[in-house]
Structure formats: C-alpha cells, structure tokens
Design a protein around this ligand. Sequence first.
Ligand code: TXA
Ligand code: MG
Length: 312
Amino acid sequence: MTQGPQRHTERLTDVVRAAALLRAGELVAFPTETVYGLGADARNSAAVARIFEAKGRPRFNPLIVHVPSLEVARSLAELPDWAEALTAAFWPGALTVVVPRRAALPDIVTAGMATVGLRLPAHPLALELLEVTGPLAAPSANPSGRVSPTTADHVMAGLGGRIAAVLDGGPTEVGLESTIIGGPEPTLLRPGGIPAEAIEAALGAPLRAHAPAANAPTAPTAPGQLASHYAPSGPVRLDALTAQPGEVHLGFGPVAGDVSLSEAGDLHEAAARLFSLLRELDTGAPIAVAPVPETGLGAAINDRLRRAAAPR
Ligand code: TXA
Ligand code: MG
C-alpha cells in the first residue's frame, strides 16, 4: 500500500470548512446514510488522484460520483429509462446507477470507462456539502481491501494522517454500501442498502444477475467483486450454529453468539451493526458467524460476510 507522508487530519462538524478544503483540492471524508465516503472534487483530476493514493486503491477501479441533485446527475450522464425510474423511486438514497457518461468529468474518475456510477445520498450533512461543492468523487473511506467505515473514528483509524479532514456526522444509519445497478438492461452489480426486491418492484421487472468473472482480479465491469474485499485478519466461518473452541461467535436472531448482529433477528439492525462488529471482533482470532436469511437486506449482509470469509 502507498505510504504518503503523515499529516494532521482535522475532525470537523463545520460543513463550510469541509467544503473549503474540498474546493482547494484536499481529501475530506464525509458521512452518508450508507457508510463514510472519501470525497474529492470530481472535476479536479489531481484531487481525485489523491483518493487512489490515500486508499491504496488500484487505478482501474472506478469511483462513485455523489451529486446534489438529479439535474446535476443528468448533466454528467445519460439516464436511460430504467435509471430515471429508479432514481425517481430511491433518490436521495442507497442506490448507485452506473450509466453512460458524458464528457463532463476527467477520465481518472471512471478509470477510463464509458460509464459513471452516480448517487444522490440521503444524509443532511452530505447534501449540505454537495450543494456547496458540486459533484464529489467518493469511494468508501477505508484503506483498499478493508471494511467500510460507519463512524468518524473508523475513518480516523484507517486514513488518519493521510487525508485533510473527516466531517463527523455520527454513526451511519444503513451501515452497508449502496446497491449498484448497471445496464444496458437493469442488472444488479452489487447488493446493498436497498433490497433487490424493492428495486424489482419499482421496475416492475426482474433484475438481471451480474455474473462476476471468477478469478478475474482486474475485471473492471465487476465492481467491488475482488473476492476478499472485506477481510478481517483472522479466518471467518459462515452459517455457524455453534462456535468451535477458540472461535468468537457472531450471533443473529435465535443463535445468541458471544455478541449479536441483532437479537431480535432484525435485518436493518444487523446491517447497521455489521461493519462495527467485524472491526471489534477483528483481533486475529477466528470468527464464526450465525446464519443470516438471504432475503431483503440479508442478501447484502451475506455478500459482505462471504467476502470476509473468502480465501486470501
Ligand atoms: O454506499 C456507497 O456506495 C459508498 C458511499 C460512500 O457512497 N461508496 C462506495 O464506494 O461503496 P466504493 O468505491 O467503495 O464502491 C463503489 C463500487 C466499486 O466496486 C466500483 O468498482 C464500482 O462501484 N463502480 C463505480 N463506478 C463504476 C462503473 N462505471 N462501472 C462499474 N462499476 C463501477
Ligand atoms: Mg469500498
């Protein structure tokens, strides 16, 4: 991973200060309703390049552009009918659409691809910030390959000393990254904070499933599909009804565990707690995880758990 020089990272609650830093080409992490994003002015290629450096992110992995309004989204990309329908239903919210881009943004944002990922987040601080700055390129604010941050402390632990500031908006509400839909026919590229069932209901048609190219570590059309993208330092075992000696047990619903994603078996609560708990349990000891149903938000929770458990 790239090791930049250490610097002081400001902890902010002041949106005006955060916006001034971003307009000066600095990196500022900010809260969204899903996870914290690491923002840079999307129109400033030098600033965007710093995102890849700070995260140690491969340059072939394109960034999501956060927009303050649907109008700005339309100025950056062509929204096909399915994208108009989905943004009308779910924006502001945990939905990213990957759509044909216009020439408006520097190539580094999209890693040279002909499409751009766009999202209008549903967090008051993010919206206030975007109103002042305009479009911000922002991946999750974690070093590449680590779990996404759901608090400002998580951001500081991973990127403190390498970014100008973090805007602290408290813990994020959803806790999982956005659902990503691409085309040409609406296709689920990444399960996330909005369940696929809700998206299919809004479309009135089934989504196509994205077939991740197995063993294709550089496939740029397979977003976030690097197998061990979310990797605690110890091994992770799934569908565990009981723990084996030495394992710490992450429970769900009736499977109590040592600590639970949600004792009530509530998938929203489990999503909101997942990344925090994975961090807390990341002591090097093996982690056993209780079964989580594959419906609703469970699909995205299981997707992240399978990545955490992937061989590496
Ligand atoms: O909730 C979220 O989506 C958070 C918050 C900060 O908005 N962001 C986030 O960004 O999760 P990131 O960079 O960690 O994940 C975005 C994924 C990446 O896997 C990337 O490959 C994919 O979106 N992506 C972005 N633009 C794409 C494009 N044009 N084509 C295909 N995949 C794209
Ligand atoms: Mg990420």
